[in-house]
Design a protein around this ligand. Structure first.
Ligand SMILES: N[C@@H](Cc1c[nH]c[nH+]1)C(=O)O
Length: 376
């Protein structure tokens, strides 16, 4: 199959569901993709300045601009369940040397459907149908659920500031282990003005000042806003006595979960039981129901599918079920298909003027070609 034939095959699967075809804005103001991309994608955004000097980004995926349109539509009074589909170009600096900077994603986004284990499974199965239509055999599948960690943290009954800091740390690769590795220490004296600043703007200015006095350039992919929020959070947790030992033990058990997907609910349930976290049961039940529904819809997926508790941070809009499917001849950073749930995104993008559940998925025909050992 050629690249065009793969696009047509995948598109046929998504259009057969009756979803509406869309091709939203190519160019977005940089703040939204910067805020909603995980560190791995943020470092790969194609950024430029427009004629007024505003920082803009070529869309790194289709979920963001499609959800942006939907947020506008709902904020203007639109409602109901909506399904969209696209076969469209997206832009990212390459994840591996042989990845293109501009590529096609064929996918769909559903808004306002009920958020349930069954609709999670339905979305996953639809992506797998598109993969099958491309005549490629998946080599492996990874799954995760970004609602599990916050649910564990809530069940621990910690101080609000500690809860917030842990949830924020979870969004960053290695963030939780950094936090749990050692009790948070008091911050260096020269950072006191950052902590004492009356507003976050002044705290950010104070932080930049410390960097320039220490002669440290501002590099890396974390924004000043995030760094300052992290520093202030850490200091507050330190003042509150750090993360209690029992919570550390529960969270480090959770962080280690990496098991066959079919065993995930059992493994999570055992950890919750061991640490006396009864309030976890509904989140874990959903993992169990979802897996049953996936196994029923996609026979054979059980072999080679894994569940990892830390999986799924390429975009920070994800807040529930997430998955990636892999093929041959590609690295672990190059899924041929991926997707997930983002029930909070419409509310965030519309600044709380609207709310709707969301879930979607894509296939990458260029990578499928490579997985099949063919060239474009
Ligand atoms: N936009 C995601 C895939 C996705 C679509 N909908 C939900 N997730 C990506 O590019 O990886």
């Amino acid at each position: 199959m050629t690249h065009d034939a793969l696009v047509a095959a995948a598109r046929g699967v998504f259009e057969a569901t009756g979803a509406e075809r869309v091709d939203p804005a190519y160019i977005l103001p940089s703040d939204i993709p910067l805020e909603l991309s995980g560190e791995a994608v943020r470092a790969r955004l194609c950024v430029f300045s427009d004629h007024r000097g505003n920082e803009m980004v070529m869309r790194p995926d289709l979920t963001l601009p499609v959800a942006g349109q939907e947020a506008e539509r709902r904020a203007a009074g639109g409602d109901g369940a909506k399904a969209y589909t696209y076969a469209a170009r997206a832009f990212r600096l390459p994840a591996a040397e042989n990845d293109p900077m501009e590529f096609t994603q064929v996918g769909f986004e559903w808004f306002g459907k009920d958020s349930s284990a069954d609709s999670d499974a339905e979305a996953f199965a639809l992506v797998r149908e598109a993969v099958a239509a491309c005549d490629v055999t998946p080599a492996a599948t990874e799954m995760g659920d970004l609602s599990i960690f916050p649910a564990f943290v809530d069940a621990l009954g910690l101080a609000r500031i500690t809860t917030d800091l842990l949830k924020r740390a979870f969004r960053q690769e290695g963030g939780v282990s950094d936090l749990l590795a050692a009790a948070p220490e008091a911050l260096a004296d020269d950072l006191q003005p950052v902590l004492e600043a009356p507003s976050s703007k002044e705290a950010e200015a104070a932080f930049l000042n410390v960097l320039s006095e220490r002669g440290i350039p501002m590099i890396g992919t974390r924004s000043v806003v995030e760094i300052v929020a992290g520093l202030r959070g850490k200091a507050a947790v330190h003042a509150a006595g750090g993360v209690p030992e029992a919570a550390r033990a529960a969270l480090s058990d959770l962080a280690g979960v990496n098991c066959p997907a079919g065993e995930a609910a059992h493994v999570l349930g055992a950890i919750a039981g061991k640490h006396g976290l009864d309030r976890m049961s509904s989140a874990i039940e959903r993992v169990a129901k979802r897996m049953d529904a996936i196994l029923a819809a996609v026979p054979g997926v059980a072999t080679g599918a894994r569940f990892r508790s830390g999986f799924g941070r390429r975009f920070t809009y994800y807040d529930g079920f997430v998955f990636e499917t892999f093929g041959q001849n590609l690295t672990s950073r190059q899924p041929i298909a991926s997707g997930g749930r983002y029930d909070g995104l419409i509310e965030g993008l519309s600044r709380s003027r609207a709310a709707a559940s969301g879930i979607g998925g894509v296939v990458r025909p260029d990578r499928i070609l490579r997985a099949k050992g063919e060239t474009a």
